[in-house]
Design a protein around this ligand. Structure first.
Ligand code: KIV
Ligand code: ZN
Length: 509
């Protein structure tokens, strides 16, 4: 993208305290795993930890070792992986927690204790003095065993300022590596966070971390304000996962710090998109399409005015170059497009169609649009190729040789497939919630590519009656790429399988 200064208002409010570099403390595997419904296996946690290390995060909070045998195993295995990132384990101020973290062999122990009046009264039932003393003893317990301490006065942002400073001063005297300021229930605003961090920094020289929750949707903004005031270790999670409404999102914090504030980190930004996709798959929490940076629409342009602008110069409607985060720009063909526009767009993409064919393709695009689906450039190509019968003429990597489906009342349907993959025969069987699901699962098993996933599925009956032709349009995804594909057959399973194999061939080519 052309070098332009698009952040001149931001420059007016940048503080002199903002650091040149930040260290990224990733807590996807700890607070991120506290997202309701997320539970990762040891293998999945290790795969994510490896990806985070490749991405360049400085610290990986790998889990809460005392919480279960599986959690202890995950943290220990990650600590033994020899990653470039330092591995951290969470512990309350109780010996069994701290022992578990140290036994797991982490590089640093994150110990926390609630300091706010609410936590003191209702959760801990301890006085200010008792909490201060427990925190001091705990820091000493870990430090004298040769481990570094990352210390958190939990619920710091609802703690009386004088007491918070007293606790932080104690931690500083005890020589903890970092002091973290958690906004445990996300009550801060950017201005309040900037004020708090600046005031703490007047008293405390130990490097400050911040841990912002997103209850009011301000976790990223609050984190960036804290960094602007001199905090150097933002806690983040991939895709903003985390307890309740989540934590500050890694992608947004890193990119805003880098592009708006000129604050660098060790993150290899080109790996951001693929890391987000990995976490999306493993956590089963889908990223919203309009999520910044990694959402499906983050670099999609639909309106005619925008498409024109972007084609002239991408910076007209893009603040971030998609390549910088490993994503791709998409031009979306909306339902308001005319046959003329579709014909022109296809010509631009190297596909010539006649007037009648253009009308037919436009109808398909509009039908999908009316069902709330958007059609990207590659989808338009797929629809055109299917309608023109070009798919069959392409060299195909995967071909279906045979398919058997078995359904029985009260049991999951089973499918057996025989595929030819690059000419070699591959057999597999699998089950599913229905016969189509079973067939597609068996195909995925035979191909053996875990990255292939079905994103959307539409079934239309072309004619009436039980012998109607089934017209299936699907969206198949693999890694960062996706494509639409179509299959038409009098048997709905065959129409689905044809569409799926067409899509897979397009993605594997
Ligand atoms: O939100 C929080 O306060 C936490 C602490 C353990 C730092 O997750
Ligand atoms: Zn938290």
């Amino acid at each position: 993208m052309e070098e332009i200064d698009q952040f001149w208002y931001d420059k007016k409010v940048m503080s002199a305290e903002k650091p040149e570099r930040i260290q990224i403390f990733d807590t996807t595997l700890r607070d991120g795993e506290q997202t309701p419904g997320v539970s990762l296996t040891v293998e999945e946690k290790c795969e994510i930890a490896q990806a985070l290390s490749n991405l360049g995060v400085d610290f990986i909070e790998a889990g809460f070792p005392v919480s279960s045998a599986g959690e202890f195993k995950s943290v220990k295995t990650i600590a033994e992986m020899g990653l470039k990132s330092k591995v951290c384990g969470l512990a309350r101020c109780v010996p069994k927690d701290m022992d578990a973290a140290m036994d797991a062999g982490v590089d640093l122990v994150h110990i926390f204790i609630g300091t706010s009046p609410i936590h003191r009264k209702y959760k801990l039932k301890m006085s200010r003095e008792e909490i201060l003393e427990r925190a001091r003893e705990s820091i000493q317990y870990v430090a004298e065993r040769g481990f570094k301490v990352h210390f958190s006065p939990e619920d710091a942002c609802r703690t009386e300022f004088d007491y918070l400073v007293e606790v932080c001063k104690m931690a500083q005297e005890m020589k903890v590596a970092h002091i973290n300021i958690p906004d445990t229930v996300g009550v801060m605003t950017p201005a309040a966070m900037e004020y708090l961090v600046r005031e703490i920094r007047r008293e405390i020289k130990t490097p400050l971390a911040v841990h912002c929750h997103n209850d009011f949707g301000m976790a990223v903004a609050n984190t960036i304000s804290a960094v602007n005031a001199g905090a150097t270790i933002p806690h983040v999670t991939v895709n903003g996962l985390g307890e309740r409404a989540g934590n500050a999102d890694l992608e947004q914090v890193v990119m805003a710090c880098k592009l708006i504030y000129g604050i660098e980190s060790k993150i290899d930004t080109r790996k951001i998109f693929e890391t987000s996709k990995l976490v999306e798959r493993k956590s089963n929490i889908r990223v919203m399409p309009n999520f910044p940076i990694v959402g499906e629409n983050a670099f999609a342009h639909e309106s005619g005015v925008h498409v024109h602008g972007v084609m002239a110069n991408a910076s007209t409607y893009e603040a971030i170059d998609p390549e910088m985060v490993g994503a791709k720009r998409k031009m979306v063909v909306g339902k308001l497009v005319g046959a003329h526009g579709v014909r022109g767009k296809l010509e631009e993409l190297g596909i010539k169609v006649g007037e009648e064919q253009a009308r037919e393709i436009t109808k398909k695009v509009k039908d999908l649009g009316d069902k709330g689906k958007k059609v990207a450039e590659e989808d338009l190509v797929a629809i055109a190729e299917d309608l023109l019968g070009m798919t069959g003429k392409r060299e195909r990597i995967v071909e279906l040789s045979d398919l058997k489906i078995q359904t029985q009342l009260g049991k999951n349907p089973k499918a057996e497939v025989v595929l030819k993959i690059k000419g070699k025969e591959k057999k597999a069987s699998d089950e599913g919630v229905g016969p189509v699901d079973a067939a597609l699962n068996a195909i995925k098993t035979a191909i053996g590519d875990q990255e292939i996933a079905l994103d959307e599925y539409h079934l239309d009956a072309i004619t009436g009656g039980s012998d109607a032709l089934a017209d299936v349009t699907i969206k198949v995804r693999r890694g960062g790429g996706s494509t639409m594909a179509r299959g038409v057959h009098e048997d709905v399973i065959m129409a689905s399988v044809t569409a799926f194999i067409n899509g897979v061939n397009r993605l594997l080519k």
